[in-house]
Design a protein around this ligand. Structure first.
Ligand code: G4P
Length: 527
């Protein structure tokens, strides 16, 4: 490839930012996403994403379940341009009933935005999603939302980030007043104040100042709030962590921004800072060594498979993250696992569920490939040499049920259904060591309903699910494992690869087992 073409590829890589927003339900992810899309001109009207969230047009029948509950089970990808950047937001469902897909989607992101409700602080689902990001060591940017409401003290929230998540934080801006008293934020990096104006807080005045002691702030915010601001910032200057880009990139320090998504307050500043600080598409490791985005040969991997987007067919969409090279519609690539060349002729891009045909795409972009049943999670596609990317992690399920088929004559169909649905990666299947029982494990309860519904609809099999009391699965590496040792509040099973897994009813049982087998390794993802 000529130097000029390579330079063009590098430019495309440099302008891209691919990230996921992680949060607990109701923190304001839909609202923030919508505002970000509006900045990029990707949607005209605020409310579009929200409207789609509760859309009456289900993309498939089983998504009726999603509709009934008014939640989004499907992760989609949104792309927009802003200030010379091309931004890919990976949407992760925020509801309690999220799935392993949500975790896996995070492996396709180069950074994450952690959205926190100022009144609620760090919540359960945020912790889980954070941990997946932390394991990968990707940079995490924090947006503390709903500043227009009474909330917790910012110092307390910083403390919580450290205590609960184990990450140090560096506030990039700082609230001037909170709740009803909120009048704006002080930007510590740019030395400027951004003030709310008007009853609906919609007009924002930006004023450059000398530093936070500047009397201009006193005139604007009043004596009381200015004194408070000075006190807080003096403390931060002395006792807070300095901004350190290296630590941010390693995921050891999170830059914190305060704002209010619904009032569009602090969102633009956040976006601009984020684009400057967040990493461009990162390399991925493979059997052929580290694959750099600027490598000329196209390569990518499938991180998610979504079934039944079109109810008329049993088709699936495989979501691929492009790692290197330029993608062009119609190009031939090697499907490495299958050992076959395939033509990528119907690639799709996603904007809040609308499908568009993609002509070309670059590293960091996500495209959907029409999948007549040939892809599996983790499959690598590459041009020229055979590249196999590192296997995607299998995450520990948290809800378990014993599954049986009501009509024994349907056993073949039942097996086929289980095999295909596990391939899509939203349920995991385990067998008790005596091979008597099949146990399914999921991350969110809804997946069981989806499983039952699809087994009946697509395979004509009625299944019975019986909830089991387990909450944790740990892969255990110990050749001489004795199944009889796991009787109390736990059970030994094998996964589909034959690895030993212990299911525990509670943390106490898990701790006891760990103490009993100090030499065994208990892993929370499959080895
Ligand atoms: P999610 O996707 O994370 O679940 O949250 P979503 O954006 O749907 O927001 C949850 C609720 O929080 C919504 O209110 C939304 O309007 C509100 N919200 C989002 N950002 C802010 C903010 O900066 N300040 C305040 N005060 N509220 C905010 P809702 O009543 O559940 O829905 P709606 O009737 O407003 O649509």
């Amino acid at each position: 490839m000529s130097k000029a073409i390579n330079q063009a590829l590098q430019q495309e890589v440099d302008k891209r930012r691919t990230f996921a927003i992680i949060s607990h339900p109701d923190a304001g992810k839909t609202t923030l996403t919508e505002k970000l899309l509006l900045f990029g001109g990707a949607i005209r009207l605020a409310g579009t994403v929200k409207a789609r969230k509760a859309s009456k047009h289900a993309t498939s029948d089983w998504m009726e379940i999603e509709k009934q509950r008014g939640i989004s089970v499907t992760s989609s990808v949104m792309q927009f341009d802003y200030m010379g950047h091309r931004i890919n937001i990976l949407d992760t469902p925020g509801h309690q009933d999220f799935s392993e897909d949500t975790y896996r989607t995070l492996t396709a992101a180069d950074s994450a935005v952690m959205l926190i409700d100022v009144a609620k602080g760090v919540e359960a689902q945020t912790i889980k999603l954070f941990q997946v990001c932390a394991k990968r060591g990707i940079p995490i940017f924090t947006f503390i939302n709903k500043l227009d409401r009474e909330g917790r003290n910012p110092f307390e929230l910083m403390e919580e980030l450290e205590q609960v998540l184990g990450i140090r934080s560096v506030p990039m801006n700082w609230p001037i007043g909170t709740g009803r008293d909120l009048c704006g934020v002080y930007d510590r990096m740019k030395n400027q104040v951004e003030l709310f104006q008007g009853n609906d807080h919609s007009t924002i005045k930006v004023q450059k100042v000398e530093d936070y002691n500047d009397s201009i702030i006193r005139e604007m915010a009043g004596e009381y709030l200015h004194d408070q601001l000075c006190q807080d910032l003096e403390l931060l200057d002395v006792a807070g962590d300095p901004f350190d880009m290296e630590k941010v990139l390693k995921g050891e320090l999170t830059p914190v921004f305060f704002g209010s998504a619904i009032n569009n307050f602090g969102v633009q500043t956040f976006l601009e800072n984020f684009l400057q600080l967040a990493p461009k598409p990162q390399p991925r490791s493979s059997t052929a060594g580290v694959i750099e985005p600027s490598d000329e040969k196209f390569a990518g991997y499938v991180f998610k498979i979504q079934a039944n987007m079109n109810p008329a067919h049993r088709d699936r969409i495989a979501f691929m993250r492009i790692v290197s090279g330029k993608f062009q519609r119609g190009m031939s690539v090697k499907h490495v696992r299958a050992g076959k060349d395939i033509k990528l002729s119907q690639p799709q891009q996603f904007l809040a569920q609308d499908r568009d045909i993609v002509e070309e795409a670059y590293p960091g972009d996500i495209i959907g490939l029409f999948d007549p049943g040939i892809f599996r999670i983790g499959d690598s596609l590459s041009q020229g040499s055979e590249v196999v990317f590192d296997e995607l992690p299998t995450f520990s399920p948290e809800i378990f049920a014993k599954v049986t088929v009501k009509n024994a004559l349907k056993h073949k169909q039942y097996q086929k259904g289980i095999d295909q649905l596990t391939e899509e990666g939203t349920i995991q299947v385990f067998r008790t060591v005596s091979f008597e029982d099949t146990i399914l494990g999921v991350v969110g309860q809804l997946q069981f309903e989806v499983f039952e519904y699809r087994m009946k609809g697509e395979y004509g099999v009625d299944v019975q699910l019986q909830r089991m009391p387990y909450q944790f699965a740990r892969w255990i590496i110990d050749k001489d494992i004795d199944a009889s040792k796991f009787r109390i509040n736990s059970t030994l099973v094998t996964d589909k690869k034959g690895n030993y897994v212990v299911l525990f009813e509670n943390e106490y049982a898990m701790r006891t087992a760990m103490e009993k087998f100090p030499n065994a390794k208990f892993l929370d993802t499959a080895p």
